[in-house]
Write a protein that binds this ligand. Structure first.
Ligand code: BJW
Length: 290
């Protein structure tokens, strides 16, 4: 397919109008315009740590205080952030099209705050604002919504704002060492009393919610999916990265990539009827879906 056809907004609108079953797979790029950093590439470093390395069960076991500071900082940032026009455009599409389902890898709660209908939203990697016991699944304690900021006194440095709002938070100042937070100062599970409280997110090697995965599989297999929107994700992490091709029925499904950067390789992989729109999702989605 020619690059002009692949990035034609009129052709995209023509296909959208004929689409009843639409799947979106979203990633961190969707929330970039809300000021929240992505994982890979620029912004993927937190102090001198790789964000992906901190998002792991091994990192939590080795230094729960450090991993909690990282998550407490992200909770604080997400609470201060606002849903952007892309979150609103997706929520609006869901209200218009009952056969639209949004799968998001984002844990920042911005879809929910944009009032995306909950029955048309699957949060693949959980939420920064849910808590569970580190002994899970042996201990089943959870708190589905906790927005305390700071979560506990020891994590207060993660909630400290800069005097100058254009500057990064004091916690990120590389010239200031991080406080060493012992596990005893972190919240413990109120039920089993032995486990630590941990963020209710899905780390590498951990299973996604099986009921949710079954529900998504059922939705994909039920009928032909007319369109898959792949928005602001590097499509690196499974199972999320596999849904576009799984939902594809040859000749029927348009896979639409919306990303700040679309590589030559990505363009080369696109098939007839697919689309690629390069730019900020917060600018593009209102135009594409409006
Ligand atoms: C913009 C923009 C703008 C910027 N506008 N765009 C099959 C094959 C191989 C491996 C596996 C497999 N199946 C499972 C695995 C193992 C593993 C995996 O995928 N590994 C890969 C590294 C290959 N998967 C798992 O372990 C998953 N569990 C699982 O499958 O259990 C069963 C199992 C286990 C083990 C083996 C086999 C089966 C769990 C994955 C959990 C991922 N967790 C994290 C942390 C969540 C909590 C937190 O937020 O802290 O999820 S890691 C991190 O990556 C986070 C993200 O949700 C996820 C995806 O990142 P995302 O969103 O794509 O962000 P970026 O930064 O990568 O990309 C941003 C994009 O936006 C870029 O493209 C930019 O260009 C773009 N962008 N600004 C538009 N303004």
């Amino acid at each position: 397919a020619s690059r002009a056809a692949l990035s034609s907004i009129p052709l995209f609108h023509e296909k959208l109008l004929k689409s009843n079953r639409i799947l979106a797979v979203c990633g961190a790029g969707l929330s970039a315009a809300s000021g929240l950093p992505t994982f890979r590439g620029a912004g993927g470093l937190w102090r001198n740590h790789n964000a992906v390395d901190l998002a792991s069960p091994d990192a939590f076991e080795a230094d729960p205080g450090l991993v909690w500071l990282f998550y407490a900082y992200r909770r604080h940032m997400a609470l201060k952030a606002k849903p952007n026009p892309a979150h609103h455009a997706l929520a609006e599409l869901a209200r218009k099209i009952p056969g639209f389902k949004c799968l998001s890898q984002n844990v920042d709660n911005l879809h929910v705050r944009a009032q995306h209908p909950p029955n048309q939203l699957s949060l693949l990697h959980g939420s920064l604002f849910s808590l569970k016991c580190s002994e899970s699944p042996q201990c089943s304690w959870t708190d589905p919504l906790n927005t305390a900021d700071p979560l506990c006194p020891a994590l207060a440095p993660a909630s400290e704002d800069s005097v100058d709002p254009t500057k990064p938070l004091p916690l990120l100042d590389p010239s200031k060492p991080l406080a060493d937070i012992p596990a005893s100062e972190l919240p413990h599970c109120p039920e089993c009393k032995t486990g630590l409280v941990r963020p209710g997110v899905v780390w590498f090697g951990e299973m996604l919610d099986e009921g949710m995965l079954d529900e998504i599989d059922g939705w994909i297999e039920k009928e032909v999916v007319d369109m898959v929107l792949v928005i602001g994700t590097s499509s690196f992490v499974y199972p999320a990265a596999g849904y576009a091709e799984r939902a594809r029925t040859k000749g029927r499904t348009s896979v639409v990539t919306v990303n700040l950067e679309i590589t030559e390789k990505d363009w080369g992989r696109m098939k007839e009827g697919d689309f690629g729109f390069e730019g900020d999702a917060a600018v593009l989605l209102p135009v594409l879906l409006g």
